[in-house]
Design a protein around this ligand. Structure first.
Ligand SMILES: Cc1cc2nc3c(=O)[nH]c(=O)nc-3n(C[C@H](O)[C@H](O)[C@H](O)COP(=O)(O)O)c2cc1C
Length: 133
């Protein structure tokens, strides 16, 4: 089973947030068909996404995502083989308390431990902002 963690930035230059609802709808539809699960964090400006599933499916999905002009500055943080899924379903972090999302936050924190500082810092900030709200 393949797991990918990447970070990216909203590509809009008009100051508007990304169309997160549209992205999530499309993701849930395709991922259900492809057996892909994971997690997408966003504040409308930055994205942090975990993809998990069969190797071919995840690689094909990530190839599509990398070509998507709705975001830019895509950086692969972690790409590895895992025994089993660590993120069982799609969730979207909101600035409200969510016990299940908190469990995922802990997992992402652990995964992020091996990421470069310039990637880790902004995203721990993103997760912390959500926790603090
Ligand atoms: C931040 C972000 C995350 C995305 N995540 C997924 C995803 O998990 N699964 C997916 O199929 N598409 C995802 N997409 C959309 C893909 O880039 C691509 O537009 C889509 O897979 C094309 O699907 P279609 O051929 O059904 O139109 C994401 C796009 C963005 C900008």
């Amino acid at each position: 089973m393949k797991q990918i963690l990447y970070a990216s930035v909203n590509a809009r230059t008009d100051g508007q947030p990304a169309d997160v609802t549209g992205i999530l709808e499309q993701s849930r539809h395709n991922n259900a068909l492809d057996g892909i699960t994971g997690l997408l964090w966003t504040d409308g400006e930055r994205f942090l996404q975990v993809l998990e599933g069969g190797e071919e499916a995840v690689e094909a999905c990530y190839a599509r995502i990398r070509n998507d002009t709705r975001h830019r500055a895509i950086v692969t943080i972690l790409e590895r083989t895992v025994e089993r899924r660590e993120f069982g379903y799609w969730a979207m972090a909101h600035k409200t308390s969510d016990v299940l999302a908190d469990v995922h936050d802990q997992r992402v924190r652990r995964m992020m431990a091996s990421a470069a500082e310039e990637i880790r810092a902004p995203f721990l900030e993103l997760v912390s902002a959500r926790e603090a709200a």
